[in-house]
Design a protein. Sequence first.
Lengths: 330, 332
Amino acid sequence: MNILRNVFLRREAGIAVMIVLFCLCVGAVKPRFLTLDELRIILLLTPLILIGAMGQMLVIVARNVDLSIGSMQGFAAMVTAMMFKFHPEIPWFLGFIVAIGVGVALGFVNGALITLFRLPAIIVTLGTLNLYRGLTFIISDAKQIDRQYVPSALKSMSNTSPIFDIPWIIFMALGVTLLTYAFANHSRVGRQVFALGSNPTAAPLRGIRVTAVTLMVFMISGALAGLSGIMYASRWGFVNPSNTGFGFEFQVIAAVVIGGVSINGGVGSVLGVFLGVMLLGCVSAALPLLGIAGASQSAIYGAVIVIALLIDRSVRLRGVASLAALRARA
Amino acid sequence: MTDHTAPHRVSALDAAAARPRWQVILIRPETMTFVLLVAAVIVSSLLSPYFLDINYILASFTLYAEFSLVALVLTIVIISGEIDLSPASNMALSACLFAWTYRAGLPMPLAILVGIGSGMLMGVINGLLVIGLELPSIIVTIGTLTLYRGLAQIIAGDQSIRLPQYFIGINTYLIAGVPVPVLLFIVVSIVLGFVLGATIWGRQIYQVGTSEIAARHAGIRAKRIKFTLFIVVGFASSIAGLITASRLGSVRYDLGLGGELQMVLMAMLGGTYIFGGRGSILGTFLAAWLLSVISTGMTTANLLPATQLCVLGVLLIVSIVATNLIYSRTQR
């Protein structure tokens, strides 16, 4: 009984209930929504956001924010696609190493600027958001890399796999999720990220190297953005300097905050973020079925961020109230 | 001989000597902006002789007058210790609502009121979330940035809404040889500079930004001040949206897209301290002209828009690093 009660009191339970309710409601109107085909569509919408959200979760838990992931995704995807175009002799799976490497380098620039000069992450990444986007245009000469240059082996990763025909990129996203879970909950450095976010003043007194941890968090965010970049090339088959990754940061931040990561740092769980991404995926898949134009996507992401902030606030206030009640009893 | 019997008594004479006046002026961030502005004008006049013509500079500034107008108010918001990233989306949504209600048959003055009213309402929403619910303004305005732009997209769709002929072309009207938007920008700068620098209310904003807790203990209504500022940003954004609509002749949902970068950049280039409590309208005023000269110069030099985007991004980071360095030197 007690275990059951604890499960329902968790933050993640609320998101899961929201997903179930949402799916049932949409399914009641359009029964087609509750089929396996639709599940496949939902799952195919989410891998990129899921991978980006894992990095962003660590950044936000460490009390920072990374606005540049969309541009990092675009830049890494463009570098990789150009490698495919101009050096077709290079084996295609090396593209993953290139994309992740590019992402790490870009994330390092973000982290170095933030830690070296003690600048707020929001302004620095707003600057690099535009800088990386501009660089993407410059290296690509503002030209799209078309379908025929992306290796078909890479493209087929988004279509199929030997296991139940579920595309590889879904497994990759789940793998990244599990790795992040292991890192965040069962590694020393991962716990340090949470400690840093819950109290940046106390963290260095506990022997946590704040600069190194912050730098690392931004490099992870960059690496995952790079990975999502090559997966973009796999999923859509082309890389466009203006579209690839544009607005990605808002989707990811929406998923992270609705997944229960506190914007005040220190609080967040991989499971919550995973469910948050799934909820966004369900909403995106339901919109065309319900006949709502794609134009409203952006408004929904914005509304989701604001609503999630409101939920986060009420949860925090409840926590403060229960703490006060405990103290009164003691 | 100094008096050894009372070592703890400190008189005003024991304080370090005041810096010479030339040093005080030299190490202000506004000086940096001014020097950069002069340098930018010289460099661009080497690129193209047009830059020595004041009319050309005024005409090219009309393109940036809307963002500059909002940047002035944004400067005050940053001084008060908050930030607002949503004004560019606010411009789009209020302009879209204005054009949409006009097309639906509302008379022009009422439509303009709808535009301005919706802009202020968006400011109220930001203010309620940030001040009323005590949420961090950074994330809130990222959310409303997406939300307002998305709503504009829903209202306007993909097409552009045309405006009547008499509404179009505010940037071509000249008063004493100065285009109306530029004149408006200059007047607003003077007014806000006066309010911020010479009124009790303005000085209280600096106190709130330096230390909100201390300001509240001193009896300053910090929340009311910040809330008012958010509404003023909304108001300024809607005006800027209307001016942009008049300049372009039609309204699309992507009006002012990416403007938040330019606005924050103007405030930062002008030496506004990102952590609040420092900065001036003069700085943002100079920075707006600097940015206009740089952008026009880059266009004259045939730089790709992408390269310009890079330059703006780098400029943002460089300016905030420089401002932080200047302030950390003068703080000691």
